[in-house]
Design a protein around this ligand. Structure first.
Ligand code: ZN
Length: 146
């Protein structure tokens, strides 16, 4: 794939500050917001707290995610990611750093997170939408051409 297909230029669209609903799943909520606001491409960050979470760690040899269950309240120290299209739908890719009551942190690919409170900055990006396609090298769906 030519390198230029991996580097797209966007204009800034809406810049939104959003409070997520208590008890919602943070990934489902971000996906729903992207759909409702018709945001095909964007980036986001958030801080807050989760009552539980599921982190993923991608095994680069087996090409599958291992899961790490976090069954306790944690600070959402950092949550960042992006929105692009996968299988014709908005897809939220997010990573998070979580801290427990002792300040110890865990991090990874965030698969689920039950929102205690979360404040999101969502930046819409306007331009030719990014589309995720299967990448045989990594086994992941990465930005490419359909
Ligand atoms: Zn990830």
């Amino acid at each position: 794939m030519p390198r230029n297909l991996r580097n797209k230029n966007f204009k800034q669209g809406r810049s939104l500050l959003i409070r997520l609903d208590h008890g919602s799943d943070i990934i489902a909520e971000m996906t729903e917001i992207a759909g409702n606001l018709e945001i095909a491409t964007g980036v986001f960050s958030a801080i807050g707290a989760l009552s539980s979470a599921e982190l993923g760690h991608y095994d680069q040899v087996k090409h599958e995610y291992g899961k790490i269950q976090v069954e306790k309240p944690v600070e959402l120290v950092s949550f960042s990611g992006n929105i692009s299209a996968r299988d014709g739908q908005p897809f939220v890719h997010a990573h998070a750093v979580l801290a427990d009551r002792d300040g110890k942190v865990l991090g990874g690919h965030l698969m689920k997170g039950c929102v205690f409170a979360a404040e999101v900055h969502l930046q819409e990006l306007l331009g030719q939408p990014l589309v995720r396609v299967h990448d045989p090298t990594t086994g992941l769906k990465l930005w490419g051409e359909e």
